[in-house]
Ligand binder design. Structure first.
Ligand SMILES: *[C@@H]1O[C@H](CO)[C@@H](O)[C@H](O)[C@H]1NC(C)=O
Ligand SMILES: *[C@@H]1O[C@H](CO)[C@@H](O)[C@H](O)[C@H]1NC(C)=O
Length: 368
């Protein structure tokens, strides 16, 4: 504790395997390069650490969708493989075990126009916010995206679609529109995963190192984030890092335990209620009644993208997919609408939603 006060947070970053952490950072940096070499580095990294295949198609996909075949609540899974976002997503995938790094959701209005709800949409000022934008605009931006996104459309199952309350979904989307992207939530859903099953050679310390590196790449978003999330977990306000460490000690828990206290959906941060790309969609699903009776006991901020696409709420019958939908040779029941590599989503559509899913340490919140 005293040592930490003198030497600051960097002690947390590299407590044991300092050399290992440094070597890992050297491995990680090329992921961010916006070049063909950088992209290949991302693919090689995901193949090596996650067993991804990235099977290349002779004809890159670029579907012309018919909006009549798309419905409110249909899920968009994106995988970016190049440049700043490519590198970031690669790390996110590795940490969370997800084979997609970004998500968005389709919404139809009463006139039948198709829209896309997205968290992490970049506005004119370069800030990342929640937004609902017309499909055509979204598609155009996606086609121009330097990060070379691979995109899949995951249609909701017809039975789920029947109970999808579109009015409630739109109300939620309008309420969240314009609010900032929730980096707070994202990081903690990662840490939750890390604390649980540390994919080798990763540990919580490496995650924090990477995050602090990200902070340097993208300082505006990261300002005060750590202190704020940790204060929320302790039920305190405005403590600085040293105050937080002292309070943690008083509560008799370790810093690692503090990190893994589950995020509560109703926590409101200084920049508004914050939502990550996938939490926005799942919160909308919750409002729209997708989870039925267990809705109230699901904390969606704890879900990773992998948890989301594993939910058993999507179309499971290939013959019901739209004609323009390219589901690939391996007979999956989702549509890949963009990209040169076959997207894979292991465990897709296999897990029935249940109460308290993805909360690993909920007992801690009740004892604090
Ligand atoms: C759908 O949601 C709206 C707004 O929340 C609500 O007023 C309406 O009763 C809901 N409809 C059904 C069928 O539950
Ligand atoms: C798949 O959908 C088709 C068309 O609706 C239907 O005829 C078929 O029975 C379905 N198959 C299964 C396994 O549900």
């Amino acid at each position: 504790m005293e040592y930490v006060k003198q030497h600051g947070i960097s002690v947390f970053l590299m407590p044991s395997g300092m050399l290992g952490t440094l070597l890992s950072l050297v491995d990680v940096l090329p992921l961010f390069s916006n070049t063909a070499w950088g992209q290949n580095y991302n693919l090689a990294f995901l193949k090596k650490h996650m067993g991804a295949t990235f099977e290349k198609h002779p004809h890159p996909r670029q579907a012309t969708i018919n909006p009549d075949d798309v419905h409110s609540g249909d899920f968009l899974a994106l995988s970016k493989i190049r440049g700043r976002w490519g590198g970031f997503e690669t790390l996110e995938k590795w940490v969370t075990g997800a084979f997609a790094g970004h998500t968005a959701v389709c919404l139809k209005d009463d006139l039948g126009n198709l829209w896309v709800g997205e968290s992490g949409h970049e506005n004119e000022k370069g800030e990342e916010i929640n937004a609902v934008i017309p499909w055509d605009d979204w598609w155009e931006l996606t086609l121009k995206d330097e990060s070379n996104p691979q995109v899949a459309l995951l249609p909701l199952h017809p039975e789920v679609r029947v109970r999808f309350n579109n009015t409630a979904a739109w109300e939620y989307a309008r309420k969240m529109s314009g609010k900032p992207y929730g980096y707070h939530n994202m990081i903690f859903s990662w840490i939750d995963t890390v604390a649980d099953n540390y994919p080798p050679p990763l540990d919580a310390h490496l995650v924090i190192s990477v995050m602090s590196m990200w902070t340097r790449v993208h300082p505006a978003y990261a300002a005060n984030m750590w202190n704020e999330v940790l204060n929320k977990r302790l039920g305190t306000e405005d403590l600085d890092l040293y105050g937080i460490l002292a309070e943690t000690e008083k509560c008799g828990i370790t810093f690692d335990q503090l990190l893994t206290i589950p995020e509560q959906d109703e926590w409101v941060y200084s920049n508004g209620q914050s939502t990550t790309c996938v939490a926005l969609i799942l919160a909308m699903y919750k409002e729209a009644g997708v989870f039925g009776p267990v809705s109230n006991s699901i904390q969606v901020t704890e879900f990773t993208i992998r948890d989301a696409y594993m939910l058993k709420i999507f179309e499971d019958n290939q013959t019901r997919l739209p004609r323009w939908c390219s589901s690939g040779d391996n007979k999956v029941s989702f549509c890949q609408i963009l990209g040169e590599y076959q997207m894979e989503l292991p465990g897709y559509n296999t897990l029935d939603p249940y109460a308290n899913m993805n909360e690993k340490l909920s007992f801690l919140t009740s004892t604090l």
